[in-house]
Design a protein around this ligand. Structure first.
Ligand SMILES: Cc1cc2nc3c(=O)[nH]c(=O)nc-3n(C[C@H](O)[C@H](O)[C@H](O)COP(=O)(O)OP(=O)(O)OC[C@H]3O[C@@H](n4cnc5c(N)ncnc54)[C@H](O)[C@@H]3O)c2cc1C
Length: 457
């Protein structure tokens, strides 16, 4: 049997692929629900992701999986709307004429910004088209230094700096230019007149989780089951220990007690954060993580025409997303759904220490400050989620810290890792990256692919 630690998208994808190759697989998920960071809340209509999710056009593996699971007809590609909130005004920034009309950058600034986004190096006046081809050349270059050299100071200060600050806060200085270039490439092609399309599943990504759950089979997935130890013998993994919440009658039910079980295994895929890998195997991972506090708001009314609002002005959250400007409110029984979120670089940050109610009160004031028309009585409900590890800090030298899929040499034969610190989650963590990491481990176990074939960037 192959044991999978973690029932997030990476663990479920690994299980799906292994089962398809005829392997006996069992997934152990610590919480009561599968899905990890892609879990959902209920609304009066379709469920909504706890943390905002969409797909970029460059992501193909998840599209293949969606089709394989019979959900191809539910995949929708919708034009997004981006805007920048500056000096109390929402400036749309998606279509070419909106960018041309944006008043806070000069024509030359926009030219330099546009060239960088198109991957054309215009330093020195002679365009070069291959400077950014190999992003690993920029692994050791600080993103700030890079942007000052490859765009202009004004582009940096009035465009990039607020975005980087919202994403990386106090860690911005550590982030590599390779991350930025990777992000630019990661995004799909942009239609000059209509902007960029993003993918979403009709019914939400919970539908993909449900389809995977059904495909893998509930019998092969145990929730409320935390893996606490991996035992090895003669240099190979031998068994895993699971702590399960069980009911008074000994059945897996209401968590009134815990029971410890040991399962013999032929292999293990650790599909959780690298701190879990370290706890189970001692394998150290130097990747730093940021956390996220994220609220979903249901309101009676719309506040903007924009899906994704970046904010340059003072605001208590880093990003404001009106989800129902991307997916129509009719899907949610007419509710208008929003996300407010902040990334946490350090658990000592004040926001991290606040209760959900205090975060929501502070953020509600922030919404009122940005949108004078906001009526607090229009809020139907608000729910807040937080997680201390939601994205790696893509700092300089990051690629040296990536955890290999096959830990046969480093830990023991039969131990594999598919998670946020895997190569497939660079330069941006995503559902697609999680699936690719899970597939990579499965393919190494089945022999479908070699280490060289899966570990490449
Ligand atoms: C704010 C935010 C925005 C995002 N936006 C997008 C987006 O727009 N598009 C996109 O594609 N992706 C997005 N993502 C990323 C995406 O959600 C993740 O890349 C993906 O869900 C990671 O999946 P995973 O399986 O690797 O990890 P996780 O989802 O973290 O799953 C790991 C699972 O392991 C379980 N576990 C941990 N320890 C143990 C143990 N000892 N025993 C058993 N189980 C254990 C956990 O409970 C968890 O369920 C976003 C994420 C966040 C937080």
């Amino acid at each position: 049997m192959i044991g999978v630690v973690g029932g997030g998208i990476a663990g479920l994808a690994a299980a799906h692929r292994l089962q398809a190759a005829g392997y006996d697989v069992r997934v152990f998920e610590a919480s009561e629900q599968v899905g990890g960071l892609a879990r959902v809340y209920e609304t009066t209509g379709d469920p909504i992701e706890t943390f905002y999710h969409h797909l970029s056009a460059s992501e193909e593996t998840i599209v293949d999986l969606i089709e394989e699971l019979g959900l191809g007809g539910d995949l929708e590609w919708r034009y997004k709307t981006d805007a920048y909130y500056v000096d109390g005004v929402v400036h749309p920034m998606e279509k070419i004429w909106e960018i041309v009309a944006y008043p806070h950058l000069s024509f030359y600034d926009k030219f330099r910004l546009g060239m960088l986004v198109k991957g054309i190096d215009v330093r020195g006046g002679i365009p070069k088209f291959d400077t950014y081809d190999d992003i690993t050349d920029f692994e050791d270059v600080p993103v700030r230094e890079f942007l000052l050299e490859h765009t202009t100071r004004h582009v940096y200060e009035s465009f990039w700096e607020p975005l980087l600050d919202a994403k990386f806060g106090s860690r911005t200085e550590d982030v590599s230019a390779a991350w930025l270039l990777g992000r630019v490439k990661f995004r799909g092609e942009r239609d000059l007149l209509r902007g960029e399309q993003l993918g979403y599943l009709d019914g939400g990504f919970g539908k993909l989780l449900d389809a995977l759950l059904e495909d893998v089979g509930e019998d092969a997935i145990t929730t409320g089951a935390r893996v606490t130890d991996l035992a090895t013998s003669g240099g190979s993994v031998e068994s895993l220990t699971v702590e399960r919440r069980v009911g008074a009658d000994g059945s897996a039910a209401e968590g009134v007690d815990t029971a410890t079980e040991t399962h013999e295994v032929d292999g293990v895929v650790v599909a959780a954060m690298p701190n879990v890998l370290e706890e189970l195997t001692g394998y150290p991972c130097d990747v730093d993580f940021q956390g996220t506090v994220c609220s979903v708001w249901s309101m009676e009314e719309s506040l903007t025409d924009t899906y994704w609002l970046n904010i340059k002005d003072e605001a208590p959250f880093g990003v404001f997303i009106e989800h129902t400007n991307f997916v129509p409110p009719e899907r949610y029984g007419g509710e208008h759904l929003y996300y407010t979120a902040s990334y946490i670089q350090d658990p000592g940050e004040e926001l991290w220490g606040l209760s959900d109610a205090a975060v929501e009160a502070r953020w509600q004031e922030g919404i009122a400050g940005l949108f004078p028309q906001f009526d607090p009585d229009s809020v139907n409900w608000v729910k807040t989620a937080r997680n201390p590890r939601t994205a790696p800090v893509y700092e300089r030298g990051y690629l040296d810290m990536v955890v290999p899929y096959n830990l046969g040499e480093a830990v023991a034969e039969g131990v594999y890792y598919a998670g946020m610190a895997s190569m497939a989650q660079y330069p941006e963590r995503s559902l697609n990256g999680g699936i690719e990491a899970g597939y990579a481990c499965a393919d190494l176990i089945t022999g479908e692919r070699s280490v060289d074939a899966v570990q490449t960037f």
